[in-house]
Write a protein that binds this ligand. Sequence first.
Ligand code: ADP
Ligand code: MG
Length: 246
Amino acid sequence: MATLLELNNISKSFKGLKAVNDVSFSVEEKSITGIIGSNGAGKTTLFNMISGVFPPTEGTVIYKGKDLASVKPYQYSSIGIARTFQIMKPLKHMTVMENVTSGALFGRRNIKSAKEAEEYALEILNFTGLYERRDVLPGSMGTPFKKRLEVARALATDPELLLLDEVMAGLNPTETDDAIELFRKINERGITILLIEHVMRAVANLCETVVVMHHGEKITEGTPEQVMNDPYVIEIYLGKEDETDG
Ligand SMILES: Nc1ncnc2c1ncn2[C@@H]1O[C@H](COP(=O)(O)OP(=O)(O)O)[C@@H](O)[C@H]1O
Ligand SMILES: [Mg+2]
């Protein structure tokens, strides 16, 4: 297995607050890797550094052997990194189909016409279970479908690495199972997934490796079974599993 993404001692400070402190780990090609940790642990900040929202204050992010410091934000989808946002950001005045089509147009596929983009969008809508809702506005859908739309838009850019930020928050058990199945199918397409998730059942089900964050630091890394049986993890995180939003 080759390494797709490598974080080397990355830190991020916001006006003196160290949101992420000296974190290193790598993500293997075609794997599903999880990041867990309580609110404010620095998980979304990690995603922001990987997806080009801002660079690390210290350390490097290496993607396919290339230092991302040299990549401009608008080049991200063309290098194959796509993400969802914890705070959902659909294009409100565009239909579900148009949202996904815009993802296709800005993606890695060398799409040459609106027709081609629409055809690809329809495939993604089918794949993500949104086909029936293609003509509605995102605001008219409930949370589970809005989350799916976030995933569909990211997927439409044809990524190699998909970053999912708490896309299962607020789903009921059946919806969670459907989401787990969708992420498996995405991974079977050859897409590497890095996911931030509070839903432990999903993490245990999907991830080969889990990274545990606490107060900006990586405290451990291992298989879901290893980390869930780690006394320190249980103490700081699993012991207060009811505080799950945010
Ligand atoms: N853009 C920002 N400006 C200032 N502080 C931020 C910013 N983003 C995150 N933080 C702070 O960094 C810490 C980590 O936040 P975040 O990465 O969102 O945590 P998590 O996703 O694990 O809940 C928090 O204390 C948060 O308030
Ligand atoms: Mg977050």
